[in-house]
Design a protein around this ligand. Structure first.
Ligand SMILES: [Zn+2]
Length: 305
């Protein structure tokens, strides 16, 4: 128990690195793997950086029973951005890296100790139609859940984002990711995004570049825009008063996609920003920390690389 409690502590940068050189056919391919995260915990984003001593043709990363798409950042540096879902049970998980240069392969595997995180409970009062929806909308809700599921499962195969992620509105987040949610006295699924206390009408900017894959009214999230940033990374922007983009649009970072409103299941105007990463629900503030303007520890995602 003591070990787990100690693992709860690191909200500062966590840095670990190791080196491996596995040889085949007499040649070597050395891979150094470095991990950086605000914390290795439920709902967090982890940046995995792989540095090879010779240019690799291919690098594969696997964690949480999923392939985690890796991309080349410079001739000798590859990266993968890994999300730890809200439902991941705190435990030790194995992360594996397989690199190949020509006929030479290298394999590294290490443990990821995922810590638990205590989430607060939030109690909200909303229109009862959003807590116990009438039978007339049951089919709509089911259909929308299926659509979202399909979107999370079919991301762009290439990286569309570049540079740092930026917050979509200037205001602070006021309702924490992961909060246990009680609506009108009834428990509902935990809060899978961050809420920003923005006044109605505030322009909402794309946190990074990508393709708009959904831009319309959904039952729970109201007027919603989903941006596919590629390689499994998505932004969902909810409760808009108006939408200024169309499905299929390719948007640059910072492009206004709509205005803050109070549509869907809300208590008042605000922006809800949700992030999906490889299917995992992660804290947008963790993404800002990992790939945002405050990025440190040698992880540099300047635009135009
Ligand atoms: Zn929210």
């Amino acid at each position: 128990m003591k070990v787990v409690l100690r693992a709860l502590v690191p909200l500062a940068a966590f840095v670990a690195a190791w080196t491996s050189g596995v040889q085949a056919t007499g040649q070597r391919l050395d891979v150094t793997v470095a991990i950086r995260a605000r914390a290795i915990a439920v709902g967090e984003v982890v940046v995995v950086t792989m540095t090879t001593d010779t240019p690799a043709d291919e690098v594969r990363v696997k964690a949480f029973d999923r392939d985690q798409p890796a991309f080349r950042d410079s001739p000798l540096v590859w990266r993968a951005i890994v999300g730890i879902d809200l439902d991941v049970v705190p435990n030790t998980y194995v992360l594996t890296v397989d690199a190949r240069a020509g006929e030479v392969v290298s394999h590294v595997s290490r443990d990821l100790l995922v810590a638990n995180r205590e989430f607060p409970t939030r109690r909200l009062t909303v229109d009862d139609a959003y807590v116990n929806p009438p039978a007339a909308v049951t089919e709509r809700i089911t259909q929308e859940a299926k659509e979202l599921d399909l979107i999370w499962k079919s991301p762009a195969a290439t990286r569309l984002w570049t540079g740092a992620f930026e917050r979509p509105v200037p205001q602070d987040a006021n309702s924490a990711f992961g909060s246990r949610s009680v609506f009108n006295g009834e428990s509902r699924s935990p809060h899978s995004g961050a809420d920003f206390s923005s006044p109605a009408g505030t322009p909402i900017h794309a946190p990074n570049a990508g393709r708009v894959v959904l831009a319309r009214d959904l039952y729970f999230t109201g007027n919603t825009v989903i941006i596919d940033h590629g390689l499994g990374l998505f932004s969902l922007l909810a409760h808009l008063s108006s939408i200024d983009v169309h499905e299929g649009d390719v948007v640059a970072a910072g492009r206004v996609v709509g205005l803050v409103g109070a549509t869907g299941r809300v208590t008042g105007p605000h922006l809800h920003w949700g992030v999906r990463l490889g299917g995992a629900r992660v804290d947008p503030l963790s993404l800002l920390d990992a790939l945002g303007p405050k990025t440190t520890a040698g992880v540099d995602f300047r635009r135009g690389r």
